[in-house]
Design a protein around this ligand. Structure first.
Ligand code: ATP
Ligand code: MG
Length: 288
């Protein structure tokens, strides 16, 4: 366990949790496909042998539990109030993924005293240790530039922005990157273009965003690929299942596998900063 008094210390090399990649999945505009991307990428990661924890950090409706037809009884707020252990709160998702419902506990995370912060860190660390190593933690954020969204993005090591080809989604993605750069110095993003008509179309959207970012923002954007518009996605949503589970041979499922493989390839250098411990220290120690 790292020294909790210094949240800026890099996690210990070689420790289980030190290698966890913490990735927030976010967007400027709502309804562009973040929750579907998180769930289906998590399943793809799990099938590639990665242990994956998903944090549902969206305060609004349409959360992961709804998408997957789960009914979690508790959320991270119960842990903060000392009513439940982390293992009571985390629920099992498809393909062995673990889901931590934060929802109504999210506000409380930003409003803790020093003793409570240490308690939360200790709960999370002992949970992660008892579960063995997680390879990845994916965070499903709400859309927009509200405090909570910026908070989770700034606390994460990696940020994936989901965008659709709609002009409003593109301008809102640009605005989100601008705010994350201006307020938090975030200079590196990954991009998924969802609901593209063709792969060429997805690439054109990426190039469009990159062109504007190159001219007006000093940021780098890695392209993870696109997810094609596919009626199997709303069909799966209606049946409260992940498209990867219900329609594994669909165009969308193939895209999710490709995007997840690209994300695994675009791993940041390890041992510099990051990891689950640092993420949680950022969440509970910093007033983003
Ligand atoms: N590739 C796709 N093809 C067709 N429809 C899609 C695709 N991706 C998402 N959708 C549709 O878009 C809807 C919204 O997706 P999702 O809930 O994942 O978005 P979100 O960004 O998480 O929304 P919110 O901002 O409200 O959290 C889904 O219910 C689904 O029907
Ligand atoms: Mg969502």
């Amino acid at each position: 366990m790292n020294d909790a008094s210094n949240e800026n210390s890099p996690p210990a090399r070689g420790g289980d949790q030190a290698q966890v990649r913490v990735i927030s999945v976010t967007s400027g505009k709502g309804g562009v496909g973040k929750t579907n991307a998180v769930v289906n990428m998590a399943i793809a990661f799990a099938r590639a042998g990665k242990r994956c924890l998903v944090l549902d950090a969206d305060l609004g409706l349409g959360n992961i539990d709804v998408l997957l037809g789960l009914a979690p009884q508790y959320n991270v707020g119960h842990v903060l109030r000392g009513e439940k252990a982390m293992s009571d709160v985390v629920v099992d998702g498809p393909a062995g993924i673990k889901i931590l419902p934060a929802s109504s506990g999210v506000c409380e995370l930003t409003d803790l005293g020093a003793g409570e912060r240490l308690a939360v860190i200790s709960h999370l660390e002992s949970y992660a240790a008892s579960e063995g190593a997680f390879d990845l933690m994916l965070i499903d954020t709400a859309a927009g530039i509200s405090g909570n969204v910026l908070f989770f993005n700034a606390a994460s090591r990696e940020i994936i922005i989901v965008v659709t080809p709609e002009p409003t989604a593109i301008t809102d993605a640009y605005a989100l990157m601008k705010v994350l750069l201006g307020r938090h110095g975030e200079r590196s993003f990954k991009l998924i273009v969802n609901c593209a008509k063709t792969k060429k179309h997805g690439l054109a959207v990426y190039r469009n965003i990159c062109g504007a970012a190159d001219r007006f923002l000093n940021v780098s954007i890695d392209y993870l690929g696109c997810v094609l518009q596919d009626e199997c996605v709303p069909k799966a949503v209606a049946r409260q299942k992940a498209v990867m589970e219900l329609f594994p041979d669909s165009r969308a499922s193939a895209c999710f596998r490709e995007v997840a493989a690209a994300a695994l390839e675009h791993a940041p250098p390890t041992g510099i900063k990051g990891g689950m411990q640092l993420f949680w220290r950022n969440v509970v120690n910093k007033g983003y």
